[in-house]
Design a protein around this ligand. Structure first.
Ligand SMILES: NC(=O)c1ccc[n+]([C@@H]2O[C@H](COP(=O)([O-])OP(=O)(O)OC[C@H]3O[C@@H](n4cnc5c(N)ncnc54)[C@H](OP(=O)(O)O)[C@@H]3O)[C@@H](O)[C@H]2O)c1
Length: 242
């Protein structure tokens, strides 16, 4: 088994109508590196339907710096915007802020004009998070323990890559009619929450699964990422683990 949940490169040969030799492509998910041989090899043979044309000027190297973490961050931002969240609604919280998904989510949201609150366990990285675009940093310990089902409304939306009690507290402190994009489980797969924020405040919980997104959303996400040059502070750091 070859691992690697994503890859980018040039098509060598294809009998798919959309691809020809020399096309630059990217693949995320579809079970590649899990049920199918993955991207950590010089060559891969996959279904053409799983591939997306890499939009210029993104290079394969940049696509892999963005990676599935950055692609998932973009899907999460897209989900919030599709729901109707705008910068005018209020702050957006990003949990797991120093992680792969979190750090790119901060950059994307900042560039789209949002005021971003970053929750992290690494408060020593505050200046790095501020350079990425966070306006306020909070200690993740404030969110990681059992909390009240309804809390003071603090953010209009959130991107959560942590799950468990953190996600429960994030929902409980989301403003009325806000939305939370849940994409990760760094703290845990469980969701020990109450329905109070959903039925009393109309908060929406938006699940993000990057693995099986329809092709149209993949194309939209990669096309959108073209607009964002990677922040120098993020580029200079080692690639986060996934
Ligand atoms: N839905 C999807 O399709 C999809 C796609 C990609 C990734 N994911 C999932 O998203 C999550 C994040 O991925 P990633 O690539 O960003 O991982 P990562 O680089 O390892 O970052 C995870 C971050 O979560 C925080 N964290 C770790 N353990 C924690 C804990 N016990 N309690 C609270 N916070 C904790 C840390 O941030 P701080 O140091 O800032 O506290 C860490 O940097 C993972 O669970 C991954 O499996 C899902």
């Amino acid at each position: 088994m070859v691992p690697g949940i994503d890859f980018s490169g040039l098509v060598q040969s294809s009998n798919h109508r959309d691809f020809k030799p020399g096309d630059r492509v990217v693949l995320n998910g579809w079970g590649v590196g899990e049920q199918h041989w993955g991207g950590l090899g010089q060559k891969a043979k996959v279904r053409g339907d799983w591939l997306v044309h890499l939009p210029a000027p993104i290079t394969s190297r940049q696509a892999m710096m963005i990676g599935t973490a950055g692609y998932t961050a973009m899907l999460s931002v897209m989900a919030l915007e599709r729901y109707g969240i705008t910068p005018g609604n209020g702050d957006v919280l990003v949990t797991g802020a120093n992680g792969g998904v979190g750090s790119i989510a901060i950059m994307l949201l900042k560039k789209l004009g949002y005021r971003v609150i970053a929750a992290t366990g690494r408060l020593n990285e505050t200046s790095h998070l501020e350079k990425l675009g966070a306006a306020e940093i909070i200690d993740r310990a404030l969110l990681s323990q059992p909390g009240k089902p309804l809390q003071r409304e603090r953010w209009a939306a959130a991107i959560d890559s942590v799950g468990s009690y953190t996600l429960a507290n994030v929902c409980a402190a989301t403003k009325a009619d806000g939305a939370v994009a849940a994409c990760g489980m760094a703290q845990g797969l469980d969701f020990p929450a109450s329905v109070a924020s959903f039925i009393l405040r109309g908060v929406a919980l938006l699940g993000i699964n990057s693995v099986t997104r329809p092709k149209s959303q993949r194309i939209e996400a990669w096309a959108a990422s073209r607009r964002f040059s990677l922040n120098r502070s993020w580029r200079s750091r080692p690639r986060p683990s996934i």
